[in-house]
Design a protein around this ligand. Structure first.
Ligand SMILES: [Zn+2]
Length: 87
């Protein structure tokens, strides 16, 4: 009897560990997407991808759209930042 109960307890805690891991995985995936929003130029369709930045415009990879300088413009058509929409 005692053995059996202990076994059940172990199974139960293993299951909750797995659930916790799953929840953490989902959380970090959501966070990554939230931090790295891509923006689309509504004029020409160029996509600003923060993971890539804009090397030609002197923007380092990993720069969020919100962190781009105010005078940054679309490298393709020259549209201003307010012409961009979140993808
Ligand atoms: Zn553009």
């Amino acid at each position: 009897m005692g053995e059996c109960l202990r076994g059940k307890k172990i199974v139960k805690s293993l299951r909750s560990l797995r659930l916790l891991g799953e929840r953490l995985r989902i959380y970090s995936t959501e966070r990554r997407f939230k931090v790295m929003d891509r923006y689309v130029c509504t004029v020409c369709g160029y996509v600003y991808d923060p993971a890539e930045g804009d090397p030609e415009g002197g923007i380092k990879p990993g720069t969020k759209f919100e962190e781009l300088p105010d005078d940054w413009t679309c490298p393709v058509c020259g549209a201003e930042k307010d012409q961009f929409e979140k993808e």
